[in-house]
Design a protein around this ligand. Structure first.
Ligand code: ADE
Ligand code: ZN
Length: 326
């Protein structure tokens, strides 16, 4: 088996996928038509051509515009179903989906519409393929802590469907400490905690996410290599990093894949995982990310096996399920 075949076929978990980032241009146009929503792009091709990003914010502006076509529970179901079919094809056995409720509730879409649509697709995937998964609700960090508290209130009736809490959107200028109190409340309520940190922002945001938000995993975290002491801590404490290679290239975190630091992180013993982030916008799903790494970097078989093991070890699943997957 070639290394490319090995990474494609190996069973794996995905832990960093924004479900709104799986919305392909074709589905954006289909939902816009179904819902009578006006788009600022004349065609699917014109929309796809706008996917030339220079940094995180240039992506987020288009990503939030794309999500504006989502109105009904069926829309959220169809989007999630399409992602889960792709995930199943990539031999993903377990997937933890981020969703951004504030992007939808701000447009008058009810919280329950969002969760019920996504949840129904996860339930079907479990029934059909035995795929397991869960939802991680993200607070938008460019909004206030007060708005995050309001969102948490809206989530409480659906808490059985929510595995954890995350923090995403514009990183620079919105440090983790802005959300310290709402994360403390989420911890009291028993949610798992994660946060985006060290994607574009400094390594100090990784430290404050750990110390002040008490997160269990760091999303991205690739900028930790700027701080050797922090890197050593991440290795010693076995804090998983959910790394997203194609995302990092598209958002210019690294200039080329050959310059990506993922093997440095793996070889230093960090619990690194590979993920797709926003696959419809960044040019690939899980296996596309793994193949891109294999093509650009001296990935060895032991690296590939470690990435798969890490994905299950870092997942929010109980001991029995972990044993089954490992
Ligand atoms: N929302 C969706 N994708 C994101 C990313 N890569 N970073 C921050 N917020 C996001
Ligand atoms: Zn992300």
């Amino acid at each position: 088996l070639s290394l490319i075949e090995l990474v494609k076929n190996m069973p794996k978990a995905e832990l960093h996928i924004h479900i709104e980032g799986s919305l392909e241009p074709e589905l954006i146009f289909a939902l816009a038509q179904r819902n009578g929503v006006e788009l600022n792009y004349p065609s699917i091709e014109a929309l796809r051509a706008a996917y030339a990003f220079t940094n995180l914010q240039s992506f987020l502006d288009i990503y939030y515009a794309g999500a504006s076509v989502l109105l009904t529970e069926q829309d959220f179901y169809d989007m999630t179903r399409a992602y889960l079919e792709r995930a199943h094809a990539d031999n993903i056995l377990h997937t933890e989906l981020f969703f951004d409720p504030q992007t939808h509730t701000a447009r008058g879409v009810e919280f329950g519409v969002v969760v019920n649509g996504i949840q129904r697709a996860l339930r079907d995937a479990h029934a059909e393929w035995g795929m397991t998964g869960g939802l991680i609700m993200c607070f938008l960090r460019h909004l206030s802590e007060e708005e995050a508290f309001l969102t948490l209130e809206q989530a409480l009736p659906y808490r059985e469907h929510i595995l954890g809490i995350g923090l995403d959107s514009s990183e620079r200028g919105h440090p983790p400490e802005k959300f310290a109190r709402v994360f403390a409340r989420c911890k009291e309520l028993g949610f798992h905690l994660v946060a985006h940190a060290g994607e574009e922002g400094p390594p100090a945001y990784i430290e404050t996410a750990l110390d002040l938000l008490q997160v269990e995993r760091i999303d991205h975290g690739v900028r930790c290599t700027d701080d050797p002491v922090l890197m050593q801590r991440l290795a010693l404490q076995a804090i998983p990093l959910t790394v997203c290679p194609l995302s990092n290239i598209k958002l210019c975190v690294f200039e080329t894949m050959a310059q990506h630091n993922i093997l440095t992180l793996l070889d230093a013993g960090l619990v690194v995982t590979v993920n797709s982030d926003d696959p419809a916008y960044f040019g690939g799903y899980m296996n596309d990310n793994l193949v891109a790494l294999v093509k650009a970097l001296p990935v060895q078989r032991h690296h590939a096996r470690q990435l798969a093991r890490n994905s299950f070890n870092a997942a929010f699943i109980d001991h029995n399920l972990k044993q089954k997957y490992l």
